[in-house]
Design a protein around this ligand. Sequence first.
Ligand SMILES: Cc1cc2nc3c(=O)[nH]c(=O)nc-3n(C[C@H](O)[C@H](O)[C@H](O)COP(=O)(O)OP(=O)(O)OC[C@H]3O[C@@H](n4cnc5c(N)ncnc54)[C@H](O)[C@@H]3O)c2cc1C
Length: 401
Amino acid sequence: MDLNYSPEDRAFRAEVRRWLEANVPKDELTTLEARKAWHRRLYEAGYVGMLWPKAYGGWGATPMQQAIVQDEMARIGAPPPINGLGIGFIGPTIIVHGTDWQKQRYLKKMLTAEEIWCQLYSEPNAGSDLASLKTRAEDQGDHFLVNGQKIWTSSGPIADWGILLARSDPKVAKHKGIACFLLHMRQPGVEVRPLRQITGHALFSEVFMTNARAETRDLIGRLDQGWAIAQTTLGYERGANSLGRVTRYAIAFHQLVRAAKELRRGGRPLLEDPVVRAKLGRAWAELEVQRYAGLRVLSALNKGEPPGAASSITKLSYTEFEKRYYETALEILGPWGQLMASREEFEEVDTSSGEPGTWATAFLWARAGTIYSGSSEIQKNIIGERVLGLPKEVRADRLKA
Ligand SMILES: Cc1cc2nc3c(=O)[nH]c(=O)nc-3n(C[C@H](O)[C@H](O)[C@H](O)COP(=O)(O)OP(=O)(O)OC[C@H]3O[C@@H](n4cnc5c(N)ncnc54)[C@H](O)[C@@H]3O)c2cc1C
């Protein structure tokens, strides 16, 4: 691929930079309403839903333009848009599998964050083994009755709608009897209980469904197609464009170097310690690897290639890197890491009064990356089986032969 920016890309970058410099809010956005208002301005400027088709309220932009916007937003420290699950994964799933009615009804309001979305997939006993889910959806003619429990639902407390996986047929093989619905969260049969994390934030929740109602017109695809539809969502979730992240890491890196110049240990600046220098050198080298991995994804997206099983490689690589990266930062900063603010911004809206992010909270948040959207072990299984074509199970007797 060509790694140079074209004159059009450079002109676009200059335009985005000007717009952000003039419009990024000066004060922190502390309420959901303020986050929605900022989201709306970004949308109207053409910087949200950039890759979505114009017919559904998107902007039909190129993946390169989207990467430039993410890059410039990270550079200036702009608050991110909200409704990331909806716009990043659920909307694209509706575009691929939904009916015309569903597209017209839901997509535009998702883009403008008028309606916030969540993902109702995981259950207490169905995380990695998602196909074991027990939530039931029983056909009542014009609607389905939904009973069961979901967990780890990001944005649950503020969500208006959720994409739901539920068992429609318990008698067939577990992957076959699953249906996918769009569920209205603001109904009496749906109870959302926020989960408080070790950081004090409450970014996700438990959701209890007791005789909740899912309309038949809100079934996505066929009744037995839920598993295939879930793979579409997860493909988008894992294979997203990651260049904006790389810029965020790079900004954090420069912050870290500045701190290592200012902080002293044993009477000398940390940066003079050869161990600290070696750790910083390694972190920068890894960061560059991430940048090129991000460019590879961008190149595939530019060619219109859908995110398939190979998206697991990207997800595994950047989440494991992020964990090592913030571990290194805390090792270098020592106790300062508990106090110093980091630039990490959550896309999801915190519904508690959690403290603003420090390096220590960024470190804790980095642990989540190797769990959500399928843990690192699960990504390795997918890469082994579906990318490399390795056998699912290696039996001891076959190994001997
Ligand atoms: C920050 C965050 C946000 C999330 N948001 C959402 C959301 O919005 N909606 C939603 O539905 N879910 C969400 N999740 C849930 C997430 O998808 C699950 O946590 C994840 O799939 C793992 O499932 P589990 O927690 O049940 O762990 P388990 O599946 O119980 O796994 C426990 C451990 O066993 C390992 N393991 C399990 N099976 C295998 C295997 N076959 N081979 C090797 N190792 C294995 C796992 O890697 C892990 O280390 C979120 C999670 C996090 C951390």
